[in-house]
Write a protein that binds this ligand. Structure first.
Ligand SMILES: [Zn+2]
Length: 138
């Protein structure tokens, strides 16, 4: 009994740590993406200014712009990679926490009622939620 309790607590802590680390990891990626987006904006401004200056001088040389375009393209790919990584972290976390859509409570039927507290589908003839123990009637 005491062991079950301890195991329950450590499981909760694991979940909490998981949530926290996912949160930090997500924030780190979001910050990185924001940095990349800023870099891209700067590069576009610079490329635009250089392009205009060259055009104005009657000496438009696209070869001088290509490295900037390549850098922008590289950074765009990095953003996509970071976004993919973030999706993987979120999906992995949901798997560990048992929040995959397949495990969600089935929709209520005529013979079930949905617990207002935890959302579990319970038989309509029970007084307490089978999942969280919430009082369902009376
Ligand atoms: Zn419940």
């Amino acid at each position: 009994m005491a062991l079950d309790f301890k195991q329950g607590i450590s499981k909760q802590i694991t979940k909490l740590n998981m949530k926290t680390s996912t949160f930090l990891e997500e924030n780190k990626i979001k910050t990185y993406i924001a940095t990349l987006e800023n870099d891209i904006r700067d590069l576009k401004v610079k490329a635009g200014e250089l392009g205009y200056a060259m055009w104005k001088a009657g000496d438009f040389d696209v070869a001088r712009l290509t490295p900037m375009y390549e850098e922008i393209s590289t950074k765009e790919k990095q953003i996509l990679e970071q976004e993919q990584q973030m999706r993987e972290i979120v999906a992995k976390n949901q798997q560990v926490l048992g929040q995959t859509s397949s495990e969600q409570a089935p929709p209520p039927t005529a013979n079930t009622i949905t617990c207002p507290k935890c959302g579990a589908a319970c038989p309509s003839d029970v007084n307490f939620c089978k999942k969280c123990g919430n009082k369902l009637r009376g």
